[in-house]
Design a binder for this molecule. Structure first.
Ligand code: GDP
Length: 585
């Protein structure tokens, strides 16, 4: 039912009502017969195509004859076949704190120089040796990529090294990176870099760590803070040793005898090679000649190239390797798995491609959202609601986070996985998507393109202009009453006609009130096309040269909102009022 409502773009309660009129009683989580669904869709002016294809088409048979997704295949294996595998490590941190320099320094000192003739090339990761043990470093350009991979289900990283420059301390992206690492639930090691600088302040970094609930070992906590310098190379061995120690505690194991399962780090079309994918093997062993499936692409492994540019016959667990032989270029984070034959891989790839086409035609249900929460609450399940909070000023962020924390109860726990000041960005969406969270925005705008991404990733963004409204929505969802629209009264629709740039640098926008009456103090939602950009308040209205309190339909006016001025010609502003709700108890 929920999927049906989503597919035809209607609210679940509208669908429930219409079904009742057709004498069908169904709650949000029940299924309805396909002919009923089709009739209902027709009532709403949609044509519903029901996909009857056999789900088994997307699966493969495993050894005991069960159908399973090749990526999810769990191979029976005895404890003795499990072998220790090297840790896969990602560096994260604020820009310019030295992530790249540290990785370069490690590579220079710990990667054996490639043999003469070997072409060293970047394959998105490198392998480092220390006293006979290996560590795989993934070159992540930033936590965006890290989280983007996780959003696709690729939990590649075992350990995160959070790089903090000793002369700078924690910066906004340090905190963002920390929250991304926390959401991934992987151990964190803090590398305090640039210790060679005269104004290096190690204690400040420890204090920063403590402030962010990352208790340093030096102060009796669990988290290592290692002093390093990418410039002088000091402390690098300590860092590597610590990584190995942390890995030992994680007891990372894999069975090299299994067919491989790997994750794509990056991929491209290369001249002379065709589609190549840099992958890191998570389990099993990938061999030249293996039939592989990777998203909708398939093929036979033509060659494997290791991080030193050598062609190799196989790649075992935790090994990064370039794979040549796929039928197309998969996205970062896609899983690659070995299939029993090229024909099986091909039919699976083709079925998935057809499936992707259908998926892009019909809307998929929200992964997480207040409505999902509502329906789960209805089923009486215990619930976790994860949220990302963005607000215009630090004070509001803190107030919202504190209030949300207080709302946790034995039945539902609310976890703020990230909070920050500023507009809602693609990063926030990817983080929310990977953690199944919703985004709550308070007095902030949604950056261009972010709504599209949110739709693609099925992340719900809710924008608010008053804190109590935000908290009330959460409360309503927790109490199983989610009808926020009911409290709103539409006042007016205003269209932006022209933007005037003044010589003092500020902009004034000329608008026309198309419907209703615009009022100072009214709530305002700014739309560009269908995209909601901002939810705020009308600060002032001007008619001709005068400040006015109201402007009626058909009249032109100038409008100013709080904290938003990036209008474009053609934007519409919906003005509304919140009606006082009746006492519910
Ligand atoms: P990233 O943005 O985190 O990858 O940072 P980079 O590795 O690009 O480093 C940023 C700047 O800091 C560069 O100019 C480096 O030369 C400098 N840098 C990096 N590590 C150190 C260090 O240990 N000591 C000093 N003095 N400078 C460093």
């Amino acid at each position: 039912m929920k999927a049906l409502a989503d597919a035809i773009g209607r609210k679940p309660n509208e669908v429930i009502m219409s079904l009742m009129m057709m004498n069908v009683l169904a709650s949000i989580n029940q299924t309805v017969e396909s002919d009923v669904a089709q009739k209902l869709a027709e009532k709403f002016g949609c044509k519903l195509v029901v996909d009857h294809r056999d789900k088994d088409l997307h699966m493969l048979k495993n050894e005991v004859g069960e159908t399973v997704d090749p990526e999810d295949r769990v191979y029976s294996c005895s404890e003795s076949e499990l072998k220790e595998r090297p840790p896969i490590v990602t560096f994260m941190g604020h820009v310019d704190h030295g992530k790249t320099s540290l990785q370069d320094c490690i590579r220079k000192t710990h990667v054996t120089a490639s043999e003469a003739g070997g072409i060293t090339q970047s394959i998105g990761a490198s392998v480092v040796n220390l006293d006979g043990k290996t560590i795989t470093f993934v070159d992540t350009p930033g936590h965006e990529a890290f989280t983007q991979m996780r959003a696709r289900g690729a939990n590649v990283t075992d350990i995160v090294v959070l790089v903090v420059a000793a002369d700078d301390g924690f910066m906004p992206q340090t905190i963002e990176a920390l929250n991304h690492a926390r959401a991934a639930k992987v151990p964190i090691i803090v590398a305090v870099n640039k210790m060679d600088l005269p104004d290096a302040n190690f204690d400040r970094v420890l204090r920063n760590m403590q402030e962010h609930e990352l208790m340093p070992e030096d102060w009796g906590g669990q988290v290592a803070a290692i002093k390093v310098s990418a410039r002088t190379g000091s402390g690098i061995d300590d860092l590597l040793e610590r990584i190995l120690l942390e890995a030992e505690m994680l007891e990372l194991k894999a069975n090299p005898k299994n067919p491989a399962q790997a994750f794509v780090l990056e991929s491209e079309l290369e001249q002379g090679l065709g589609a190549t994918a840099n992958v890191v093997v998570k389990n099993g062993t990938l061999r030249v000649g293996d039939a592989i499936i990777c998203g909708q692409y398939y093929g036979k492994v033509k060659s494997l190239i290791d991080s030193r540019g050598h062609r190799v016959p196989l790649a075992g667990p935790s090994t990064p390797v370039k794979v040549v032989g796929l039928s197309g270029v998969p996205e970062a984070g896609t899983r690659l798995a070995v299939c029993e034959s090229l024909a099986a891989a091909k039919s699976l790839g083709e079925a998935r491609e057809a499936d992707n086409r259908i998926e892009t035609l019909s809307a998929k249900p929200m992964a997480a959202g207040l409505e999902a929460l509502f329906s789960q609450m209805e089923e009486g399940k215990r619930n976790d609601l994860k949220v990302v909070v963005k607000a215009d000023v630090r004070g509001s962020t803190e107030a919202i986070v504190e209030s949300l924390k207080k709302k946790s109860s034995p039945k539902i726990s609310i976890e703020v996985i990230h909070s920050d000041v500023g507009a809602i960005t693609e990063n926030d969406v990817m983080l929310a998507s990977s953690a199944n969270a919703i985004i709550l925005g308070f007095h902030v705008r949604v950056n261009p393109g972010v709504n599209d991404l949110a739709k693609k990733e099925h992340v719900e963004i809710r924008l608010y202009s008053i804190i109590y409204e935000l908290l009330e929505d959460i409360e309503d969802a927790m109490a199983g009453r989610l009808e926020p629209e009911k409290r709103e009264k539409e006042l007016a629709t205003v269209r932006i006609l022209k933007i005037f740039h003044l010589s003092n640098g500020s902009d004034i926008c000329g608008c026309i009130v198309e419907k209703g009456t615009a009022k100072v103090g009214a709530k305002a939602r700014v739309f560009r096309g269908k995209e909601l950009l901002f939810n705020g308040e009308v600060r002032s209205l001007r008619h001709l040269k005068d400040d006015v309190r109201e402007v009626r339909a058909g009249m032109e006016c100038g409008i100013r909102l709080d904290n938003f001025a990036d209008f474009d010609e053609g934007d519409t502003i919906q003005l509304y009022e919140i009606e006082l709700k009746k006492q519910t108890l």
